[in-house]
Ligand binder design. Structure first.
Ligand SMILES: *[C@@H]1O[C@H](CO)[C@@H](O)[C@H](O)[C@H]1NC(C)=O
Ligand SMILES: *[C@@H]1O[C@H](CO)[C@@H](O)[C@H](O)[C@H]1NC(C)=O
Ligand SMILES: *[C@@H]1O[C@H](CO)[C@@H](O)[C@H](O)[C@H]1NC(C)=O
Ligand SMILES: *[C@@H]1O[C@H](CO)[C@@H](O)[C@H](O)[C@H]1NC(C)=O
Ligand SMILES: *[C@@H]1O[C@H](CO)[C@@H](O)[C@H](O)[C@H]1NC(C)=O
Ligand SMILES: *[C@@H]1O[C@H](CO)[C@@H](O)[C@H](O)[C@H]1NC(C)=O
Ligand SMILES: *[C@@H]1O[C@H](CO)[C@@H](O)[C@H](O)[C@H]1NC(C)=O
Ligand SMILES: *[C@@H]1O[C@H](CO)[C@@H](O)[C@H](O)[C@H]1NC(C)=O
Ligand SMILES: *[C@@H]1O[C@H](CO)[C@@H](O)[C@H](O)[C@H]1NC(C)=O
Ligand SMILES: *[C@@H]1O[C@H](CO)[C@@H](O)[C@H](O)[C@H]1NC(C)=O
Ligand SMILES: *[C@@H]1O[C@H](CO)[C@@H](O)[C@H](O)[C@H]1NC(C)=O
Length: 580
């Protein structure tokens, strides 16, 4: 070996040392699939360089030149290698560019610098990396069932280089293979044309109820220059089917409490997934269930619908039970409606409520609350009115009943006359106190006296009573008659009022003690009759005397006087009648 050559070999060996430092004795260039591979020529350029050249060497020892650049020539020349056609570029400093890196570019490329009597070589290994496409879980199950292995799906990570690994995760936790519970099948394929790997992993899984809404993901771990990277699939969530273990029954009602006339729906719910849609319903006292959907509707329920309702799953012995209470409220009032009675009559009244709960009745008369239930042993005019008996079942919304009794108390007119001298001393007030229903019509008539009744006033009609008053100033004695009449009867009373010039004792105006007044009236009446008879006798005596004295012309007058007497007698009789 010539000394010059020896020197160059030393130089070459220095390069070798550099390459060792950079790993495994050879320089390595990493490239991403599809990118441009840049391979610098790892040699010092000698002064007497003739040309530079690139070749690749294969494992079997074969070699192939790909590019040449002579120092004297401005452009590089590329060998006719189909694989590298239009993909290579060599710069002036002999750096080689390979565009569109592919897996087959993983070779040992050697830069050669040729001088007159020597060749320097620098090899570089090319490594290509390809990130897989984001993994995908395909052929996902629509649902998974507890108690058996289910094929959840298959995770695929396509086109990686070098090989990648797939792992499954549930809710972010690694899923390891477990006998008969978790079975993972791993498979890796290589595409012959591209040299890329496709990794698949299927997962068979035996879920529990807790896996409802769990998310399953798969992660691909792949190599990139100098590090490992990973990529996660979209999560897959599965509906977990599990059998019913318990059945419950619900009452669906628009209101909290059920009352007659309501519609209610009983709903049966099994805790399985999906919830069963068919159940057996048992109405109170029934042994045989009715097989229907998950609900059973009762329309317009009556009180007899109260009871225990059950339901069970058709094929199992799970039974659920609930009690339905249909509330009711009845109210009966006797008598009710419009009732007409005579004064003094007996009228028993009863209002009773019957209900699913204890209730009480409330009475009102003409909108005023009554403290006791009304009942009448002897009807009075003030008993007439609008009675309402009401009851409410407070526990049940809208359960309220009311009945009415419109009581009319009728009575024949009754009347009583009183008189009193007014303080002016010139007039007298005669009062006719009237009682009766319907309201009697009062008429006044007067006889004699000259001072005719000219002013009547009526008090208001309360509790079947009112007063008709007349103020008179008679110049002569006068007989006043008060006539009260309604559809039931007519009542008449009369009273003699002496001329204002004659002082007269007023009759007491005591109205509270009717019995006393009656006795008083009776006494007055008797006195009146006696006085009347005496007067009649006196008149007859005078008349006879006048008759005797004045002969024929007086006879007419006597007839008239007698007529008056008779009329008065009749009035008295009527007065008796009206008092009775
Ligand atoms: C060679 O030349 C290219 C540009 O032509 C340059 O980017 C590169 O750094 C050079 N390499 C060396 C080793 O000089
Ligand atoms: C890169 O190479 C692949 C084959 O390896 C080819 O299908 C693709 O078209 C090339 N891309 C470019 C930009 O040349
Ligand atoms: C798995 O099952 C096999 C036989 O079926 C048994 O030998 C093995 O011990 C089981 N492993 C575990 C972790 O249960
Ligand atoms: C894939 O798994 C194998 C064996 O467990 C391991 O040797 C390899 O490094 C893994 N690859 C990646 C990219 O993690
Ligand atoms: C009950 O249902 C019937 C129809 O099935 C309907 O006509 C009626 O109005 C409902 N009653 C109530 C109280 O909702
Ligand atoms: C009751 O059952 C019928 C028939 O299956 C269904 O269409 C309806 O939605 C159910 N109603 C309720 C409240 O679940
Ligand atoms: C409940 O009573 C109603 C009458 O109020 C009757 O039509 C119906 O058949 C009764 N239902 C039952 C289950 O006894
Ligand atoms: C309801 O009335 C019954 C007797 O009629 C009585 O035993 C019961 O205690 C009452 N309940 C209430 C809540 O008042
Ligand atoms: C009633 O009589 C008095 C005298 O007694 C007289 O002053 C008055 O005008 C009369 N009224 C009517 C309405 O006739
Ligand atoms: C009027 O009545 C009084 C008694 O009240 C009697 O004393 C008087 O004589 C009577 N007058 C006439 C004109 O009848
Ligand atoms: C009223 O006086 C007349 C006589 O003027 C007499 O006949 C009659 O009985 C008297 N009536 C009463 C109710 O006092």
């Amino acid at each position: 070996m010539a000394p010059a050559t020896a020197l160059r070999v030393v130089a070459l060996c220095l390069v070798c040392a550099t390459a060792v430092r950079q790993g495994l004795g050879m320089r390595t260039v990493n490239a991403i699939y599809g990118d441009t591979i840049i391979i610098p020529c790892d040699l010092d350029i000698p002064k007497s360089l003739l040309f530079g050249k690139w070749k690749y060497e294969l494992a079997d020892g074969s070699r192939q030149f790909v590019a040449t650049r002579a120092v004297a020539k401005p452009i590089a020349q590329y060998d006719d290698v189909p694989e590298y056609k239009d993909r290579l570029y060599m710069t002036e400093n002999f750096t080689l560019f390979i565009i569109n890196a592919s897996i087959t570019d993983q070779k040992k490329f050697v830069c050669m610098l040729v001088v007159e009597d020597n060749v320097f070589e620098a090899p570089t290994v090319v490594k290509v990396f390809k990130q897989p496409i984001k993994p995908e879980i395909v052929t996902q199950a629509n649902f998974i069932e507890t108690g058996r292995l289910n094929m959840l799906g298959e995770c695929i990570a396509r086109d990686s280089y070098p090989e990648s690994n797939l792992t499954w995760y549930k809710n972010g936790k690694l899923l390891k293979e477990v006998n008969e519970t978790v079975i993972i099948d791993f498979q890796r394929d290589r595409d012959q044309a591209s040299g890329l790997y496709t990794t698949k992993s299927s997962l068979q899984y035996m879920p529990t109820k807790d896996d409802l809404n769990a998310d399953f993901t798969c992660i691909v771990v792949y190599e990139m220059p100098g590090q490992k990277e990973s990529s996660v699939s979209e999560p897959a969530v599965f509906d977990v089917y599990y059998p019913t273990e318990k059945v419950t029954i619900q009452i669906l009602s628009p209101t909290k409490s059920i009352k007659e006339g309501d519609n209610i729906t009983l709903k049966c719910i099994g805790n399985g997934n999906p919830p069963p849609q068919e159940y057996l319903f048992y109405t109170p006292g029934q042994q045989e269930g009715i097989s229907i959907s998950n609900n059973y509707t009762l329309t317009d329920v009556k009180r007899n619908a109260t009871g225990d309702y059950k339901c069970s799953l058709t094929d199992q012995n799970m039974l659920a039970s609930t009690t339905v209470t249909v509330h009711y409220l009845d109210l009966s009032l006797t008598p009710s409606g419009e009732v007409t009675k005579q004064i003094g009559e007996i009228l028993p009244v009863s209002c009773t409520a019957s209900s699913s709960r204890n209730v009480s009745v409330v009475w009102t008369k003409d909108k005023n609350k009554l403290r006791f239930s009304p009942s009448f042993t002897s009807l009075r005019y003030q008993d007439a009115g609008n009675y309402v008996c009401e009851t409410v079942l407070t526990e049940v919304e809208g359960l309220k009943k009311r009945k009415t009794l419109t009581l009319i108390v009728e009575g024949k007119p009754q009347l009583k006359m009183t008189k009193k001298s007014n303080s002016d001393g010139k007039s007298k007030t005669v009062t006719c106190s009237v009682e009766g229903y319907p309201m009697p019509v009062v008429q006044w008539t007067s006889m004699g006296g000259g001072g005719i009744a000219n002013k009547t006033e009526e008090s208001s009609y309360i509790n079947g009573k009112f007063e008709s008053k007349i103020i008179i100033a008679p110049e002569d004695n006068v007989t006043l008659t008060c006539i009260a009449e309604n559809k039931l009867d007519r009542s008449i009373a009369s009273m003699n009022v002496s001329a204002i010039s004659i002082p007269e004792q007023d009759e007491p105006e005591d109205k509270s003690d009717e019995n006393k007044e009656k006795v008083n009236d009776q006494a007055k009446l008797i006195v009146g009759i006696v006085v009347g008879l005496l007067l009649a006798a006196l008149v007859a005596g005078i008349a006879y005397w006048l008759y005797m004295k004045k002969s024929k012309s007086a006879s007419k007058h006597v007839g008239k006087e007698l007529g008056n007497t008779e009329e008065n007698k009749k009035l008295e009789e009527n007065n008796h009648k009206s008092e009775a």
